[in-house]
Design a protein around this ligand. Structure first.
Ligand code: ADP
Length: 414
C-alpha cells in the first residue's frame, strides 16, 4: 500500500470470531481489497490470521485466552496489527455487517447514539446475531468517538417488498410491532444486483431468482434490480433447509414439541438452529462436500431434499415475479458445486433451464446454453465488498456535508 493511503475497515462479528477486511480508497474508484482476516477462538484459543488480496499470508498469531478475552479485545488486536502493518495509512471509516435493521432501515446508516439505541431494540428479532454485531460498534463509539461508523443491514435490500409479500396472515397489531417477512442475505443479493449489468446485461432489467446457497441458504426474487420477495422471513430460519437450520417448518411442529414432548424454548431453538437441516436429515454432516462424497443413503436423501426445495422455490419466486428470465447461483455451495447446480437446473427444466455441462464444470459465469429460454449463471458474491461500497458512499456523503457546512453560513453556536 502506498504512503498516506486512506483505508476502510469492514467488520463482521460473530459469537467467538471477528472477521475483518481492509480496503484502500481513492478519489474516484471503488474500494480495493488490501487484506482479509479474522480472529477466531475469542476467549478460548484466540488466533489472528490475515491474507492479502492475492491470498498470501500476512499474519498468523496465536494468543493466550486472557489476552483476547472478548470482542473488544479482539478489535484492539486488529487495531494493533493494522497500525503495525499499515503505519502510514489513515483509517477513515468502519463498516459493520448488521443482521437486522427492523422495519425502519432500508439503507445503510451512519452510527450515532440514537441509531445504536434503535438497533438495540431489534435484538429480539435476531437474538443470535444482532448482539454480536452491535458490540464492536459500541466499543468503537466509546473508544474512538470521532471515527465514522456505518451499519449495513442484511434486511435493508428487502425493505421494498410489497406489503402482500411482507405480511404473515396474522392480526395487524403483530405486523405493526414488527412481525414481518424481512428476508436476509440482503448484502449478498444487493451485490449480485449491482454486478448484473456488467456480467449479464441482458437479464439485469429482467426477473432473476438468485440462489444464495452456503452454510446459511436463501433465495431472492429480483426484478429490475430490486428485491421482490425472499425465502427467508421473520428470522433466518425460514425457507430452504440449511447446514444446520431447518428451513420452512409447520409451526404446528413447534407446538407439538412444546406441549407433547416437553421441550423448552431453548431446546426448540437448539434443534431448529443447530441440529436440523442437512446435519439433521443426514445424521452425518452439515457440509455438502461430505454429503456428496458419502455413499450413505441418508446423505443422498439430505441432498435430494435440498435440491428439491431449491427447485420448488425457483417456481415459487418465479410466480412472485410473474415470470423468470434467469437463475443465479452464489455463495459456498452455489459457487463451488457444479453437481448441485446441475441437479437444481434439471429439476427446473420445465421453466426452460438447460445447463451446458462444460460451462457448468468451468464455473460460468454463464452455465446455460445460449438459446435456453431461462439462462443460468454463477456469480461469486462479496458481502464485505458490498459493505465497503456502502461505507465509502456514506463516508463521502458525510464528508460532503461537513465541507459544505464549513464553506457555507457559519453554524450557530450551540
Ligand atoms: P457462510 O454462510 O459461512 O459464509 P459459505 O457461503 O462460505 O458459508 O458456504 C459454506 C458451505 O459451502 C460449506 O458448508 C459447504 O457445504 C459448501 N461448499 C464449499 N465448497 C464446496 C464445494 N466445493 N462443493 C460443495 N459444497 C461446497
Amino acid at each position: 500500500m502506498s504512503r498516506g493511503m486512506n483505508t476502510l475497515l469492514v467488520v463482521n462479528a460473530g459469537s467467538s470470531s471477528l472477521k475483518f477486511c481492509v480496503y484502500s480508497i481513492d478519489e474516484a474508484s471503488a474500494p480495493t481489497l488490501v487484506a482479509r482476516g479474522q480472529i477466531d477462538g475469542i476467549g478460548t484459543r484466540p488466533r489472528l490470521r490475515a491474507r492479502d488480496a492475492g491470498g498470501a499470508t500476512l499474519a498468523d498469531q496465536t494468543f493466550a485466552a486472557g489476552e483476547v478475552a472478548d470482542v473488544a479485545a479482539a478489535l484492539d488486536r486488529v487495531g494493533v496489527w493494522l497500525r503495525q502493518k499499515y503505519a502510514r495509512s489513515n483509517l477513515v471509516a468502519v463498516g459493520h455487517r448488521v443482521a437486522h435493521g427492523g422495519p425502519r432501515y432500508s439503507a445503510p446508516v451512519l452510527v450515532d447514539a440514537t441509531v445504536l439505541t434503535a438497533l438495540e431494540r431489534f435484538v429480539p428479532l435476531a437474538p443470535l446475531h444482532q448482539p454480536h454485531h452491535l458490540r464492536p460498534m459500541r466499543t468503537l463509539a466509546e473508544r474512538y468517538p470521532g471515527v465514522v461508523q456505518v451499519a449495513c443491514f442484511d434486511t435493508a435490500f428487502h425493505r421494498g417488498h410489497p406489503e402482500v409479500a411482507d405480511r404473515y396472515a396474522l392480526p395487524d397489531d403483530l405486523y405493526k410491532e414488527g412481525v414481518r417477512r424481512y428476508g436476509f442475505h440482503g448484502l449478498s443479493y444487493e451485490y449480485i444486483a449491482r454486478r448484473l449489468p456488467a456480467v449479464a446485461p441482458d437479464i439485469a432489467r429482467g426477473a432473476v431468482v438468485v440462489c444464495h446457497l452456503g452454510s446459511g441458504s436463501s433465495m431472492c426474487a429480483i426484478k429490475a434490480g430490486r428485491s421482490v420477495d425472499s425465502t427467508m422471513g421473520f428470522t433466518a430460519l425460514d425457507g430452504l433447509p440449511m447446514g444446520t437450520r431447518c428451513g420452512q417448518l409447520d409451526p404446528g411442529v413447534v407446538l407439538y414439541l412444546l406441549t407433547e414432548k416437553g421441550y423448552s424454548a431453548k431446546d426448540v431453538e437448539q434443534l431448529l438452529y443447530q441440529r436440523a437441516g442437512l446435519r439433521g436429515l443426514s445424521g452425518i454432516s452439515n457440509d455438502v462436500r461430505d454429503l456428496l462424497a458419502s455413499e450413505d443413503p441418508r446423505a443422498r436423501l439430505a441432498l435430494d431434499h435440498f435440491v428439491y426445495r431449491v427447485a420448488r422455490e425457483i417456481g415459487s419466486l418465479a410466480a412472485a415475479m410473474n415470470g423468470i428470465d434467469a437463475v443465479v447461483f452464489t455463495a459456498g455451495i452455489g459457487e463451488n458445486s457444479p453437481e448441485i447446480r446441475a441437479r437444481v437446473c434439471a429439476r427446473s427444466s420445465w421453466l426452460g433451464l438447460d445447463v451446458d455441462e462444460a460451462a457448468n464444470r468451468a464455473g460460468g459465469p454463464r452455465i446455460s446454453w445460449p438459446r435456453a429460454p431461462v439462462s443460468a449463471w454463477v456469480i461469486p458474491t462479496d458481502e464485505e465488498g458490498m459493505i465497503a461500497e456502502h461505507t465509502l458512499e456514506a463516508w463521502r456523503a458525510h464528508e460532503g456535508r461537513r465541507s459544505h457546512a464549513h464553506d457555507g453560513v457559519p453554524e450557530p453556536a450551540a
